[in-house]
Write a protein that binds this ligand. Structure first.
Ligand code: TRP
Length: 329
């Protein structure tokens, strides 16, 4: 059983791209691996500063994670700020990574450029050091992430190797893994862009909590093209291919096989919308049940905290002792 860790920020609503691309794989992965999943509220702090918002978003995201099927008995689901070792090891990671390495992170360059007129926190710059702490604290050997996070896993490996070289073998050196069945879900209005909460416009994004009627409506309005031939070809027909990929992910069929069963865009849009709405129905029901019972949610998170804490505190102690910090009694 591999130790697998991946985390998600409590920023904005979870959408279909998050679910089909990542969360669904987290759920299936929990049966084969020892999985740790963190809600990384401290990472979200790099761009959030409105009082009270982060806590509420953390609760909602926890409810989503359990509603999609993470089982708190086998998966360790925890909140980053509940485990102080993240911040503590984060500092040590900052001292193990160089200014130059952090300056080369494309995510930092993109995000700081976009926020040019805004406040660019130092945390946005040191973000990968905290992410390295998230991963190394749990001795994770595999980190399932999308392409946008590969550079952060690479830098985590570099940090782990450097620390191990300086202070002796302390950390497991992790590797990024691409989930085998992750679907690439594109924006319904701009099908050459990934479905993403940073995109503009709501019409192209299906949120996990959208009601069935608006899901069907958004799919009806999805951008396709004018030649009316249903084929799976991401380059030439991004809109139609996106619908086929989504329908394929929901029904467990191959997008190109599905393409042969359709002659009209209208029917494909209708079927895809309905299939997605049906898939999300039980998730939404469970989500609302959990949100109506905050005590239960907080018990589930306490379970995760207890397990995460055990592993994290042992790893931090190992790091302190490898460095040779003077121990407290
Ligand atoms: N940086 C990741 C993202 O924005 C979130 C994240 C934080 C993460 N810590 C992690 C992902 C550790 C994997 C492992 O999506």
């Amino acid at each position: 059983m591999a130790r697998v860790l991946s985390c998600i920020q409590p920023t904005g609503e979870v959408h279909l791209g998050n679910y089909l691309g990542a969360l669904r794989n987290w759920v299936s992965g929990q049966h084969n691996n020892d999985v740790f999943h963190g809600i990384v509220d401290l990472h979200a702090l790099t761009i959030t500063d409105t009082p009270g918002v982060l806590g509420q978003q953390t609760l909602q995201l926890a409810a989503i994670l359990f509603a999609v099927g993470l089982d708190p008995q086998i998966a360790t689901v925890f909140v980053q700020s509940h485990i102080p070792e993240h911040s503590q090891l984060g500092w040590i990671m900052e001292c193990t990574v160089s200014f130059g390495e952090l300056s080369r992170m494309t995510q930092f360059k993109d995000k700081s450029a976009k926020r040019e007129a805004d406040f660019v926190s130092a945390g946005l710059f040191t973000y990968p050091a905290l992410q390295a702490a998230d991963i190394l604290l749990y001795d994770a050997s595999e980190v399932p992430v999308g392409d946008d996070q590969r550079q952060h896993i690479e830098i985590t490996r570099d940090i782990a190797l450097r620390f191990n070289h300086r202070f002796g073998d302390t950390f497991v050196v992790p590797k990024a893994v691409t989930p085998p069945t992750g679907a690439r879900v594109m924006d319904l209005q701009e099908p050459t862009n990934k479905m993403s909460k940073s995109g503009d416009g709501e019409a192209g994004i299906i949120y996990l909590l959208d009601d069935p009627a608006s899901i069907v409506k958004k799919f009806k309005r999805a951008v396709t093209d004018s030649d009316n031939e249903v084929v799976f070809d991401r380059e030439l027909k991004p809109g139609v291919s996106n619908l086929l990929e989504i329908l394929g992910a929901v029904t467990n069929e191959s997008p190109s096989a599905l393409a042969t069963t359709y002659t009209q865009y209208g029917k494909l849009k209708q079927d895809t919308g309905e299939a997605v709405a049906e898939m999300l129905r039980p998730i939404q029901t469970r989500y609302h049940e959990l949100m109506a019972d905050p005590a239960e949610l907080s018990n589930l998170l306490a379970l995760g905290k207890e397990r995460a804490s055990k592993v994290a505190s042992a790893t931090l102690a190992r790091a302190h002792s490898a460095i040779g910090l003077y121990p407290s009694n």
